[in-house]
Design a protein around this ligand. Structure first.
Ligand code: CP
Ligand code: NVA
Length: 302
């Protein structure tokens, strides 16, 4: 049976750990110049209803490095953008393709597509979740910190798609997750309840300093996500005290690392000084999208 990757909560702890281990192996193979092409002859379609630099390029390059091909499908130039039903598009495209990655607004649309697709579907970001990014971030932490289980991870800012995927990861892997968001912008309540039912160690607070206290990892993201452009000015005011800056870093452990999925708005959610500083692992994190996604592609399309 085909397997999709729509949410981290669909993966078991063993599956997540397997992906992280494999991504680290694939990275080391690539650095040594070892060719590995298990997807020769396979093609993945990539539907982007929102912009992307990292997700698009890393999936496309990842497919090529694994011996396959990737096709970029813009809704503007396909019938998807003209209202062809999702269930029809999914059935047609999956007769040509071996896998489909989708970046879209609605998680329901993605799940509807996956229901009708005969080939694996990968979530390349929705308004609700960004699983490939958080799996990459876990890989990056594993490289920098060895184990994950005993860490305190802090999330500073919006309770958005990234925060929701972090919550799902905490439920599976058992690390402590402390999220500082304004009360009006907490993460998704259903995701939170599900994670708490599964024993996740989650702490929701309003104070960034409280979340960052003694943390091993400090994580942030933009204050206005794609699709929230009209709220940008209001959000800038609301989130002004949720900035990852050198003062906030002093609350964390002295060897804490700083992460951001990018793109960043320097001077808003993170200062230039912290982004370029010695504790930032942000560009390693961006590179790891390639390696982690190759592990996903190998598992689902291989
Ligand atoms: N982090 C991330 O998903 O980046 P892109 O929007 O550039 O794909
Ligand atoms: N939360 C951001 C992540 C971008 C990769 C957004 O959805 O725009």
């Amino acid at each position: 049976m085909k397997k999709d990757l729509l949410r981290i909560s669909e993966l078991s702890r063993d599956e997540i750990e397997g992906l992280l281990r494999r991504a680290i192996e694939l990275k080391s193979m690539q650095k040594k110049g070892i060719s590995h092409q298990p997807l020769a002859g396979k093609t993945m379609g990539m539907i982007f209803e929102k912009s992307s630099t990292r997700t698009r390029v890393s999936f496309e390059v990842g497919m090529m490095q694994l011996g396959g091909n990737a096709i970029f499908l813009s809704p503007r130039d396909t019938q998807i953008g003209r209202g062809e039903p999702v269930s029809d598009s999914a059935r047609v495209l999956s007769r040509y393709l071996d896998g489909i990655m989708i970046r879209t607004y609605s998680q329901e649309m993605l799940e509807e597509f996956a229901k009708y697709s005969g080939v694996p579907v990968i979530n390349g970001l929705t308004d609700l979740l960004h699983p490939c990014q958080v799996l990459t971030d876990l890989m990056t932490i594993k490289e920098k910190k060895a184990g994950l289980r005993d860490l305190k991870i802090a999330w500073i800012g919006d309770g958005n798609n990234m925060a929701n995927s972090w919550i799902a990861a905490a439920a599976r892997l058992g690390f402590e997750l402390s999220l500082a968001t304004p009360a009006s912008h907490r993460p998704d309540s259903k995701i939170l309840e599900e994670a708490e039912r599964n024993g996740a160690k989650i702490n929701l607070v309003e104070s960034p300093l409280e979340a960052a206290k003694d943390a091993d990892v400090i994580n942030t993201d933009v204050w206005a996500s794609m699709g929230q452009e009209e709220e940008y000015e209001d959000r800038k005011r609301l989130f002004a005290s949720y900035q990852v800056n050198s003062e906030l870093l002093t609350a964390a452990k002295s060897d804490a690392i700083v992460m951001h999925c990018l793109p960043a708005h320097r001077g808003e959610e993170i200062t230039d000084e912290v982004m370029e500083g010695p504790q930032s692992v942000i560009f390693d994190q961006a590179e790891n999208r390639l390696h982690l996604q190759k592990a996903i592609l190998e598992k689902l399309l291989g």
